[in-house]
Design a binder for this molecule. Structure first.
Ligand SMILES: [Zn+2]
Length: 260
């Protein structure tokens, strides 16, 4: 079991961080990736990774804080990225739903961090909300070879998913798959189920995005890495495969993508 997207550095875990980490590793968790989203959280993610053998970190600045991307912060991300426990650049991306930075600033910040990842041959962890077409355009523009990376918390259609897959990307699914309901559903099957059914198995990752997005049956509580098991369970159900098969596949996919 590998949770490829956790934020254990957040204050929500200040009282029991080590307990939660222990619970994950004691209950079948193999590894997890703690994802940086600001300069401070990238540093804290790195500290967590340094202190635990099976925790890995990413470094990067989220679109919400895109206005903090500058020469100095890029240099710091680059420094963090030199360490072997820092395995990806992220989370970076575009968020046109809840823009706290302007679109132009977000696009500039994304491009600068994509370049950094390219230069260091590192995978990227991408956050995208209400900006899939803009993101696809940028990724195509930068495509020198196959992209290595994940579109985190994917919830959209198969047609958009297939565009990312063609560019080389893997898609990350969160607890949303356990409670997702479409507003415009005619045949009763949520769009996300259709996407999951068509996904090449070697391009699926599972993640929690904890402390957010707690899956059923833990809705309303704080999320934690161990709850990635409910995401695995749901995907197994949708694909008509066993828990063990999806668990093994998604762990292999994570190990391969992040080289962990
Ligand atoms: Zn996140």
């Amino acid at each position: 079991m590998i949770d490829t997207h956790a934020h254990l550095d957040f204050n929500e875990f200040d009282d029991d961080r080590e307990e939660i980490i222990k619970r994950f590793f004691d209950s079948g968790g193999e590894k997890f990736v703690n994802v940086g989203c600001t300069m401070q959280s990238s540093k804290r993610s790195f500290e967590l990774a340094k202190n635990h053998e099976n925790i890995f970190a990413s470094a990067g600045i989220h679109p919400h804080d895109a206005d903090t991307v500058n020469e100095t912060s890029l240099k710091k991300i680059e420094e963090l990225a030199q360490h072997y426990k820092v395995i990806a650049i992220g989370e970076i991306g575009l968020d046109f739903f809840k823009s706290t930075s302007s679109r132009e600033v977000q696009i500039t910040a994304l491009k600068a961090q994509l370049e950094l990842a390219e230069n260091h041959k590192m995978p990227v962890i991408i956050h995208c909300r209400d900006a899939y077409n803009e993101l696809l355009d940028i990724l195509r523009e930068y495509k020198t070879s196959n992209w290595k990376g994940v579109i985190h918390c994917y919830t959209a259609s198969w047609s958009i998913a297939s565009e990312f897959i063609n560019l080389g990307f893997t898609l990350g699914f969160t607890g949303i798959v356990t409670y997702y309901k479409d507003k415009n559903e005619f045949d009763g099957e949520p769009e996300i189920y259709k996407t999951i059914k068509k996904m090449p198995l070697e391009r699926i990752l599972v993640e929690t995005d904890c402390p957010y997005l707690s899956p059923v049956p833990e809705r309303g509580k704080r999320n934690e890495p161990l709850f990635v098991k409910y995401v695995i369970e749901k995907i197994a159900e949708i694909r008509n495969l066993s828990f063990d098969e999806i668990e093994k596949l998604t762990s292999e996919n994570a190990e391969k993508l992040f080289n962990i």
